[in-house]
Design a protein. Structure first.
Length: 758
């Protein structure tokens, strides 16, 4: 394969001067206004020196140093720098400065300045900034030039503009009959030369590689011109973009590079081609033209001759002379050629091999140390026996293979080159693993380090990088704490060109799992709510308790059993009724499908105390209880939770009581006899005095003792005398008759509550 490099390739004089200045000026308190040149790698190297790029003078402190980019800036920038005492390092290209001078002088003379170029390009913006009067910018020969009719026009061009398009724009301006027109061909001579070189190379080559930044206007023009004459044109921002398989069958490949493309980028492309094909022959295109001085006479004459007869009244003023420094730049072609010759010379030094490169080589001999193989037609290379893919090295066995091809890997590209057959097997095994990873299989690594951008790890011979935003959904503040931790990853990107690197993400796995969980939860919830209704009896497991109730898992969905729905008698603590981790039966009380809430009850499936009271109480039973409430007509005694009995005031004692509190107190425990029991009405009537001896029985015995002593029975005492047993009996009979209506009263009766002790 023959590779021909364009005669004019890489940095032009102006760009080279700007870059050299940016790389040598003291970095402290120095700034660049906009990209110095349109090349990402160069911009990154300048930034690495500690020189930031700013877009506005507002970002530059007073007294700092400012690098003016090669595209130049408007007059206002210099004035503002002077006002803020900012030291200017002016890297404006000499050809751009010449265009600025022409525009400023024409504008001062009251002429309408017309610029052929791209309106938003920094160079054009800067030129416009030197004009005081009317300015037009045209980027195509198809634009409307009618506003220029009858005006005194000064036409100039963006220095990287297409020469052919500039000529057509000049012709079309003359057709609208401006009053006068001056045409200044301010296109940089290197731009013209590069465009012509690109056209000539494209006609002769099977494929053309255009090297340069994507935002570079002159590089884009080269690609555009090459595509007119060659069907296989590839734009390379760097050597990483080269896909050799697309050009490996081409016999002639041309290389052109924009004026903002550094020589090292072209060198890297050439080296990569040589690594893939050791027979690549590199040469520099021979220039077949004399470099032109950037004047406008030829273009102005051609444009005037092409104009209609009616336009001949239009005056064609003499072209403005270029600035002195433009003339000094005419030695640039020789400098550019010398630079590219140095690149080619560098290619011939050392080996064309790259560490990690896989080669197919031929066995030429076998020795006790190992085998010799031929590589790229140069000196044979020794592969040490320890690096051969065999269980035990045998000189005779490999001698029998002389003439056969084997695959080897470059493990050290320095002279002498070191090759390994074993590493190829490892790489093939690794590539098999990578196939699964590229198909989306999850893989794991242990984090071995970090930088400000994210985490680093290793997978075989591949470096693994996990950007900080890809570690998890939330922001990871302390990356150092991730070192040593196992990461579950999925591939985002794999790079094999310059450095074997895997860009991976753990976040996509975590988010996918979260989405799957949420989807599964939503599906379970939908199925749950479709299958449940109020009144259903369900089984659930108590997962956790709170002060207000228990959360119970029913078919995987959390339902709330409120504390008030746990027991008919009321509880203070949920754990008094339910135990965490155990399963119980519950009744569905309420369903809120909109808010995804379900209320369940435990007590609703349990018998109420009164429902089973008949099993424990009957008339005549002696019971034990505690006084829980005292009212004027008696006292309520709690026999058990939920069941109270009433002791009427007449049933507390045989003595006459004005108030039950004179005999009973709240909390006092008492024994009583069941006088009446009505479970359906939730009523129990109790009597304490039924268990006490009657007072008149004691009095009768006393009287009998007295009568036995004197032989005479004493008469009963009436009112005002000592009370007799008969008096007690009569009084008791009267009270039972007159107040007996309250004997079976319950709390519910007294409070008017039909539900009683629910």
């Amino acid at each position: 394969m023959k590779v021909t490099i364009a005669a004019h390739c890489g940095f032009c004089t102006g760009v080279r001067r700007a870059v050299e200045r940016a790389m040598s000026v003291p970095a402290e308190n120095t700034y660049v206004l906009g990209e110095l040149i349109h090349n990402e790698e160069v911009t990154a190297r300048i930034a690495a020196r500690g020189i930031p790029t700013v877009e506005s003078l507002d970002e530059v402190p007073d007294g700092a140093t400012l690098l003016i980019r090669s595209h130049g800036v408007g007059r206002a920038v210099y004035e503002e720098c002077e006002r803020k005492n900012i030291r200017v390092e002016d890297c404006t290209c000499t050809f751009v400065r010449n265009a600025q001078r022409i525009a400023a002088e024409a504008s001062e003379a009251g002429k309408t300045v017309v610029i052929a170029g791209h309106r938003s390009h920094p160079e054009v913006v800067g030129i416009v900034g030197w004009c005081k009067g009317e300015v037009f910018v045209f980027g195509s020969e198809e634009d409307d030039f009618s506003p220029l009719a009858g005006k005194n026009v000064a036409l100039l061009a963006q220095t990287t503009f297409s020469e052919q398009r500039f000529s057509k724009i000049a012709e079309n301006i003359l057709k609208v009959r401006p009053k006068t027109v001056e045409i200044f061909k301010t296109i940089c001579y290197t731009t013209v030369s590069r465009q012509r070189d690109a056209a000539r190379l494209a006609r002769e080559a099977d494929a053309v590689l255009v090297i340069g930044g994507r935002s570079s206007s002159n590089t884009n023009k080269l690609a555009e011109i090459a595509e007119r004459y060659c069907s296989r044109v590839f734009y390379l921002s760097s050597a990483d973009d080269l896909q050799y398989e697309k050009v490996k069958f081409c016999k002639r490949v041309g290389i052109v590079a924009g004026a903002s493309t550094p020589d090292w980028q072209t060198s890297e492309v050439l080296k990569k081609m040589a690594e893939n094909n050791a027979e690549v022959q590199v040469e520099t295109q021979v220039s077949e033209e004399t470099v032109e001085t950037p004047v406008a006479e030829e273009t102005a004459t051609a444009a005037a001759e092409a104009a209609p007869v009616e336009a001949q009244e239009t005056e064609a003023a003499p072209a403005a002379q270029p600035a002195p420094e433009v003339e000094q730049a005419q030695a640039a072609p020789a400098q550019e050629k010398s630079a590219m010759d140095a690149v080619i010379a560098e290619m011939d030094k050392g080996s064309h091999y790259k560490r990690g490169q896989i080669l197919t080589v031929k066995i030429v001999s076998a020795t006790d140390e190992g085998i010799y193989v031929s590589g790229s037609g140069k000196a044979d290379i020794l592969i040490e026996k320890a690096e051969l893919d065999c269980d035990e090295y045998s000189r005779d066995a490999y001698a029998a293979k002389i003439g056969e091809n084997i695959d080897v890997m470059v493990v050290d590209a320095k002279t002498p080159v070191k090759l390994s057959e074993k590493q190829v097997r490892k790489v093939k095994e690794e590539e098999e693993l990578l196939k699964d990873i590229e198909e989306g299989k999850e893989f794991s690594v242990v984090c071995t380090g970090f930088n400000k951008g994210g985490l680093t790890a290793e997978l075989g011979t591949y470096a693994v990088f996990i950007p900080a935003r890809e570690i998890r959904s939330s922001y990871v503040k302390e990356l150092d704490k991730m070192v040593g931790k196992k990461l579950r990853l999925k591939l985002l990107e794999i790079r094999r060109e310059r450095r074997k690197e895997i860009i991976a993400s753990q976040r996509v796995i975590l988010e996918a799992e979260k989405a799957a969980r949420e989807a599964a939860k939503a599906e379970r919830e939908a199925a749950f709510f479709d299958s449940i209704n109020v009144g259903d009896v369900v089984e659930g497991k108590v997962e956790r308790v709170t002060s207000f109730g228990a959360f119970v898992s029913v078919n995987g969905f959390d339902c709330l059993a409120h504390i008030s729905d746990l027991s008919w008698t009321g509880v203070k603590e949920v754990t008094d009724v339910l135990e965490i981790g155990k399963r119980y039966q519950f009744k569905v009380l309420k369903i809120d499908r909109d808010n995804k809430k379900v209320s369940i009850g435990y007590k609703q499936l349990q018998p109420r105390p009164w429902d089973t009271a008949a099993e424990r109480y009957a008339e005549g039973d002696i019971v034990h209880g505690k006084v829980v409430r005292i009212v004027p007509f008696g006292a309520f005694v709690e026999l058990e939770k939920g069941i109270d009995g009433l002791v009427h005031v007449s049933q507390i004692t045989h003595e006459w009581l004005e108030n039950p509190t004179s005999a009973l107190t709240i909390g006092q425990e008492v024994d009583a006899k069941v006088l009446a029991f009505d479970p359906e009405a939730h009523k129990i009537t109790l009597s304490i005095k039924a268990l006490q001896p009657k007072l008149w029985d004691n009095h009768d015995e006393h009287e009998m003792r007295e009568s036995r002593g004197d032989g005479e029975r004493r008469p009963r005492r009436g009112k005002g005398n000592r009370r007799t047993a008969s008096d007690y009996a009569d009084e008791a009979e009267y009270r039972e008759w007159s107040e007996g209506g309250y004997g079976g009263a319950s709390i519910a009766d007294l409070l008017g509550n039909d539900d009683g002790n629910k």
